[in-house]
Design a protein. Structure first.
Length: 320
């Protein structure tokens, strides 16, 4: 039976917003060359996984919640999101902690990172097809390993990576400021040190943004992980399942997933400097009313123009 209207309608609206907002992120990167960086390549990849959440995962729950393939889709989208968050974390770590090898690594392995963040989750999510509907001990072990190695371990890596990123960024900024304040340094060296300090600070801001994305992802998918754990642990005891995973929690988990997928594009817009700069420039663009007003106040002397054209003399546009 389809999800009740009281849940389906707001969830459908959220699904539409998820698709629209994340599509805008992809469109911005496509339209503006300045946004086409390695970091934003990972941003687009993560946005695509969020689009799948809004366009595929949530509509399935709304229309056909008992569909047999829903579990595979949930697993694939969850793991893809984890993989993409890990990818952007690696990008930030290399940009700040290993800046001298960053471009060399990305030039050689960027495509591999993107492809791997999609292919590997897809392969892992279809492993249960091996035993089909016979969900015994193997399936229970698979679910626990999936959550442990596929979610918990990657996010421990993310937390450690961001700790190292912020520690390294703070160390570099302090060192550059200390060097630029020395009295024997020339004015040019001071400006260079100040510029490098600002660059590292900007990179750290981007790292903070991605840390916020990682935290929101964990919080949004936590109810789903809990429900999956309950099903894998006591799935053969319906009365215990109903007690540990009430219906309201299932509905609540869908809303947290939708809201989590909406957080990313909002964070990009307000926290990532390059996106914020492009959006501000787009909002400031207005029709050139001043030029139009000026042209309306101008008096064009048509007879004079015709006379000059008939004379065969070249007339500059400014004279018209």
């Amino acid at each position: 039976m389809p999800t009740e209207a009281v849940v389906a309608i707001p969830l459908g609206c959220l699904s539409l917003l998820v698709v629209v907002t994340n599509s805008c992120v992809c469109l911005l990167v496509y339209l503006h060359v300045k946004l086409r960086s390695y970091t934003n390549g990972f941003v687009v990849s993560l946005a695509v996984s969020d689009i799948l959440t809004g366009a595929l995962l949530l509509p399935l729950y709304i229309s056909v919640p008992e569909f047999n393939g829903t579990g595979y889709i949930v697993s694939a989208i969850l793991l893809t999101g984890v993989a993409n968050v890990c990818a952007v974390t690696l990008d930030r770590y290399l940009a700040i902690a290993k800046p001298f090898i960053y471009y060399a690594v990305m030039t050689r392995h960027f495509v591999k990172f993107i492809v791997g963040s999609w292919v590997l989750p897809m392969v892992i999510s279809i492993i249960p097809l091996i035993w089909g509907s016979n969900r015994g001990l193997a399936h229970t072990i698979y679910l626990f390993l999936l959550q442990g190695l596929g979610v918990v371990v990657p996010y421990i890596y993310v937390c450690i990576a961001y700790y190292l990123i912020f520690h390294e960024a703070r160390h570099i900024v302090r060192r550059l400021r200390r060097e630029s304040s020395l009295s024997w340094r020339s004015h040019e060296d001071k400006n260079k040190g100040r510029k490098n300090s600002n660059t590292v600070a900007s990179e750290a801001k981007v790292a903070k943004m991605f840390a916020l994305i990682a935290i929101s992802f964990i919080l949004s998918w936590m109810p789903v992980l809990y429900l999956t754990s309950v099903m894998s642990a006591v799935g053969d005891k319906p009365e215990l399942v109903d007690k540990l995973s009430p219906a309201w929690l299932v509905d609540f988990s869908l809303f947290t997933v939708a809201l989590g997928s909406m957080v990313n594009p909002v964070v990009y817009s307000f926290f990532k400097p390059d996106f914020r700069s492009i959006i501000k420039r787009m909002l400031r663009k207005q029709p050139q009313w001043s030029s139009l007003k000026h042209s309306q106040n101008c008096v064009i002397d048509v007879p004079l123009i015709l006379k000059r054209l008939e004379s065969g003399k070249e007339v500059k546009e400014t004279y018209l």
